[in-house]
Ligand binder design. Structure first.
Ligand code: ADP
Ligand code: MG
Length: 320
C-alpha cells in the first residue's frame, strides 16, 4: 500500500523539463528562475467532485481539465504558462484512478510546456486545486481596457460544452443529435483546449480579453464592467455549431449565452488594429466578429428579428 510520499513520487514527480526549474517536486519549496523584466502572472482554480465533474468522469479527463482551466486564465491575459502547483484532496489512494488522472494532467502540461513543480496531498472529499504561474509576453491583456468602437470577437463556437453537460446530466435528451457531432461536443466539455497560442498572438493586438468559463453573457459583462463600457451583440453573428442549430432558438440562447464551460477567449480590438488581426488570420482560424463595444453601459443582445434577448438564467454562479 502506497503512503502519501510514495504517492507523490509515483504520480506527480517528474524530471523537470524546463531550464527555469532549478528544483521541482521534493523539497519544501520549488526553486524557480523567473525571467527578468517580464511580469509574473498567477492564477488558481478548484475543481470539486459533483460540482465541476461527475464522480463517474474519466480520471484522465479530470486530470487534463484541472490543468486546462488554469491555462485558460493564463490565455486570457495573453501570458505564457510555465509552472503548475497541484493541491489534491483524495478520499483514498486508488492507484488505477491516480494513474489515469496523472496521465491526463501531464498530457495537458506537456502540450503547453508547463512543469508540475509542487503541490500538496491530503485526505478528504475529492477536490483538485491548481495554481498556474507564467509570464507576460509583450503587453499583458486585461479585462479593463475595452474602448468604445472596439470590435468584439470570440475564438470558436459557443455552447457545445454546455450542451454536452446537459446531456450528461440528463437535462437534455441525446436522441435527436448526430452522434459524431455530439461526441465532438463531449470532447469540448471534457478536454477544453486552452487558447494559449491565441492569447500570445493577440496580446499586442487586442485591447481587452476574458476567458469564457461561466457563459458569454456573464463573462462579457465582467469585461464591460471592468472597462466601464457597454456592448451590443447580434445573435446571428455568434458562431454556433450545427449541433446547437438543431435546437429551437430559446434553447440555443441558454447554451450559447449562459451555458458556461466554453473556455474560449472573448476579446476586443480597436478599428486601428483590425488590419493586424487580419494579418494573423491564418494563425487564428476560428475567430468570429460578434458585436461592438459602446459607451452606453450594459450588454444588449439582439435576436434575429432585432428584438432584445432577455435570459432568465444569466450564467453559472456558485452561490445562487
Ligand atoms: P511539506 O510538508 O513540507 O509541505 P509535502 O510533504 O506536502 O511537503 O510535499 C513534499 C513535496 O511534494 C513538496 O515538494 C511538494 O511541493 C510536493 N507535492 C506534494 N503533493 C503534491 C502533488 N499533489 N503534486 C505535486 N507535488 C506535490
Ligand atoms: Mg515543509
Amino acid at each position: 500500500m502506497l503512503d502519501e510520499f510514495d504517492l507523490i513520487s509515483t504520480f506527480f514527480q517528474q524530471v523537470p523539463q524546463r531550464k527555469d526549474v532549478i528544483k521541482g517536486v521534493g523539497d519544501d519549496c520549488a526553486i524557480l528562475q523567473p525571467p527578468s523584466h517580464r511580469p509574473l502572472l498567477v492564477s488558481t482554480d478548484t475543481l470539486n467532485e459533483n460540482i465541476h465533474f461527475f464522480s463517474t468522469a474519466s480520471p484522465f479527463d479530470v486530470g487534463y481539465k484541472s490543468v486546462a482551466v488554469s491555462l485558460s486564465d493564463m490565455a486570457a491575459m495573453g501570458g505564457e504558462p510555465a509552472w503548475l502547483l497541484l493541491a489534491i484532496t483524495l478520499p483514498s489512494i486508488d492507484e488505477t484512478w491516480l494513474t489515469a488522472f496523472s496521465q491526463g494532467l501531464f498530457a495537458c502540461l506537456n502540450t503547453f510546456n508547463v512543469d508540475l513543480v509542487g503541490g500538496n496531498t491530503t485526505k478528504g472529499p475529492l477536490a483538485i486545486t491548481t495554481q498556474i504561474l507564467g509570464f507576460g509576453v509583450n503587453s499583458v491583456l486585461t479585462r479593463s481596457n475595452a474602448q468604445p468602437g472596439d470590435h468584439i470577437f470570440v475564438t470558436s463556437t459557443l455552447g457545445d460544452a454546455a450542451l454536452a453537460l446537459a446531456v450528461l446530466s440528463g437535462k437534455q435528451s441525446h436522441h435527436a443529435f448526430n452522434p459524431e457531432e455530439l461526441q465532438r461536443a463531449m470532447q469540448r466539455f471534457s478536454r477544453p483546449f486552452p487558447r494559449i497560442k491565441e492569447g500570445c498572438l493577440l496580446n499586442s493586438i487586442a485591447n481587452a480579453a476574458i476567458d469564457l468559463s461561466d457563459g458569454l453573457q456573464a463573462d462579457l459583462t465582467h469585461l464591460l464592467t471592468a472597462s466601464q463600457v457597454g456592448a451590443t451583440l447580434y445573435y446571428e453573428k455568434l458562431p454556433v455549431s450545427n449541433l446547437l442549430k438543431t435546437l429551437d432558438l430559446n434553447s440555443q440562447y441558454n447554451y450559447v449565452l449562459a451555458g458556461g464551460e466554453d473556455y474560449e477567449l472573448c476579446f476586443t480590438v480597436s478599428i486601428e488594429n483590425l488590419p493586424l488581426l487580419v494579418k494573423k488570420q491564418a494563425e487564428l482560424p476560428g475567430i468570429t466578429h460578434i458585436g461592438y463595444i459602446e459607451q452606453r453601459p450594459g450588454l444588449r443582445i439582439v435576436d434575429p428579428q432585432g428584438n432584445p434577448i432577455i435570459l432568465a438564467h444569466k450564467g453559472f454562479q456558485h452561490f445562487s
